[in-house]
Ligand binder design. Structure first.
Ligand SMILES: CC(=O)SCCNC(=O)CCNC(=O)[C@H](O)C(C)(C)COP(=O)(O)OP(=O)(O)OC[C@H]1O[C@@H](n2cnc3c(N)ncnc32)[C@H](O)[C@@H]1OP(=O)(O)O
Ligand SMILES: N[C@@H](CCO)C(=O)O
Length: 351
């Protein structure tokens, strides 16, 4: 599928009150909208992914996967701030004729949702049969289900939360400290903050993985080694890998958006906000997720009406939501089947 762009030519007002003069939203669709428009699966992506869900979530989304273009009309939009086609700090600021870089306004998870709402309206999608997202994608999916409870029929939240935790914010701030320690970040240039971004990804990896995953994959065979360890090379490699496909400005702003996530803002309390969700909901947690601990998933399932909880094992930790497509497929297929029964009571299922 090729990438498409929806151009919103009016001013796009952010939650902060600041405005983007216009907004481009890059998106992918797969399959066809059926006659009664009841087959929409909408995916919200996480921090550094893009709208090509068949690429980064293959095994769950693809021609022969559970979510396939034969049965569903699948939509995924690139989020504001990410440089995979949607307006971002690398886009041209029409006031100056130069890329925004650090002149880009800060934005929140609610702004990402507002962009999704614009695109859904433009595509003439009324109901979303299933909205699914993990991590930052789950934060968007949850907010969207609160903002538009009638539109979202079924909701799948994976390794996410209702409010970004002090622990999560501390991880993000540590990554931003790494980026801003690289003085080139303030040079407002395409590769500004590159070395900082490399260090930021190394910090982030520690929260996305687990002790076990390093223990299994990065063990040393040579007991005589005193330096040049596998785990160290892996950290550098992962930093370089991100550098090749991402930029420090998008990363900086997107981690800020993640920190902003709090469904209680302007809505009295987290519980009252969660009570606004009308969708049948499946919460999937990863038992050894360090960044979005299982307690956050249990909290979501306890406080969203008609919610089920599934807890899965993944030696990866948090990033298991991207990798464990086999087990995710099993639980999602079961959820889809049960869907016709209309869940009116909470079932807490610990798998
Ligand atoms: C345009 C785009 O590419 S965007 C789409 C890609 N990314 C996204 O969508 C974001 C979401 N995806 C991700 O975060 C990641 O891709 C994940 C979590 C799904 C998987 O992470 P991976 O890095 O592939 O897996 P893993 O942690 O096992 O690392 C494997 C890599 O580390 C390398 N590696 C492993 N150990 C070492 C070591 N000791 N030293 C050096 N390199 C090492 C492997 O050779 C492998 O390299 P490769 O990716 O070039 O094949
Ligand atoms: N590994 C994910 C972030 C974890 O939610 C990404 O790079 O998008």
């Amino acid at each position: 599928m090729t990438i498409k762009t929806f151009q919103y030519k009016s001013a796009f007002k952010l939650e902060s009150g600041k405005k983007l003069r216009s907004l481009d939203i890059a998106y992918h669709t797969y399959g066809k909208l059926n006659k009664d428009k009841s087959n929409v699966i909408w995916v919200c992506h996480a921090l550094t992914a893009n709208s090509d869900v068949f690429d980064w979530w293959a095994g769950l989304f693809g021609k022969n996967d559970l979510f396939n273009p034969k049965d569903y009309f699948i939509v995924c939009a690139n989020v504001i701030g990410s440089h995979y086609g949607t307006t971002s700090p690398l886009s041209i600021n029409s006031v100056t004729g130069l890329p925004y870089y650090l002149a880009f306004p800060e934005f929140t998870i609610r702004d990402l949702v507002a962009a999704n709402e614009l695109l859904a309206d433009a595509l003439e999608i009324e109901d979303i049969e299933m909205l699914i997202g993990g991590s930052l994608g789950g934060q968007q999916a949850l907010e969207w289900s609160i903002i538009a409870p009638e539109r979202i029929k079924n909701l799948v939240l994976i390794a996410s939360n209702a409010k970004h935790s002090p622990w999560g914010i501390a991880f993000n701030e540590s990554q931003r400290l790494a980026i801003t320690t690289d003085r080139t970040f303030y040079g407002n240039a395409k590769n500004g903050g590159a070395k900082g971004l490399r260090a930021a990804r190394s910090i982030a990896l520690l929260s996305y993985r687990s002790y076990q995953s390093y223990d299994i994959t990065q063990q040393e065979k040579d007991a005589k080694k005193r330096s040049d360890f596998n785990a160290a090379a892996y950290q550098r490699y992962q930093g370089d890998k991100l550098l090749k496909r991402f930029n420090a400005y998008s990363y900086y702003y997107l981690t800020k958006a993640m920190d902003s996530h709090n469904v209680a803002r302007g809505r009295n309390s987290v519980k009252e906000a969660l009570n606004l969700v009308k969708a049948n909901t499946l919460v999937i947690g990863i038992k050894n997720d360090l960044l979005f601990p299982i307690e956050e998933q249990q909290f979501l399932a306890r406080n969203i009406n008609s919610a089920q909880l599934v807890e899965i094992d993944s030696f990866y930790g948090h990033d298991g939501f991207l990798i464990e497509t086999g087990v995710l497929t099993q639980h999602l297929a079961a959820f889809i089947k049960k869907d016709s029964i209309k869940l009116d009571s909470k079932i807490l299922k610990i798998a």
